[in-house]
Design a protein around this ligand. Structure first.
Ligand SMILES: [Zn+2]
Length: 162
């Protein structure tokens, strides 16, 4: 038996004003689009914004439903929109923010497991890293250089022999 190590590292910024301008713009957009979430049940509004290789910006917000399990996360709404509107165009960077109407929004939140799997799919499809910027409406900001860092030992298309 031997133990394997998995190293995960990410950048931590004290606030949005420490970011490079392009990253700050993207995070500001993620904050702004939280207003378009359909979140009448959780009152937890999430915004995801993607900067594509062709310079286009695609947004997504969480879309809840009275039938709770069919609700969609902002990240997967954004990924589906990006793939539908701009097929074949890689995603370079995404920013994710949130507005918690029942509490504060002072620290970064990370994509859920489903969204991590979805992000990995698009990263693998284009064979290019997707940078991820995470931040609330205020407070620290995290930057992760590759989506697959969020999902070690992941299940991928390689397992399907495709
Ligand atoms: Zn999710």
């Amino acid at each position: 038996m031997k133990k394997e190590d998995y190293k995960f590292s990410f950048e931590v910024y004290d606030a949005i004003d420490e970011l490079a301008e392009a990253d700050a713009v993207l995070l500001r957009q993620a904050r702004e689009v939280t207003q378009f979430a359909h979140a009448p049940y959780s009152h937890f509004r999430v915004g995801a914004v993607a900067a594509l290789e062709n310079g286009q910006i695609v947004t997504g917000t969480n879309q809840e439903n009275a039938s709770f399990p069919i609700g969609l996360c902002a990240e997967r709404v954004m990924l589906a929109s990006s793939s539908s509107l701009f097929p074949g165009i890689p995603i370079k960077t995404i920013a994710i923010s949130y507005n918690n109407e029942k509490g504060d929004s002072s620290h970064p939140i990370s994509p859920c497991g489903l969204c991590r799997q979805s992000l990995l799919e698009y990263e693998a499809k284009f064979k290019e890293p997707i940078r991820i910027i995470l931040g609330g409406l205020q407070g620290k900001v995290y930057i992760i250089e590759k989506a697959d860092m969020l999902l070690p030992l992941s299940f991928t298309a390689n397992e399907l022999n495709v």
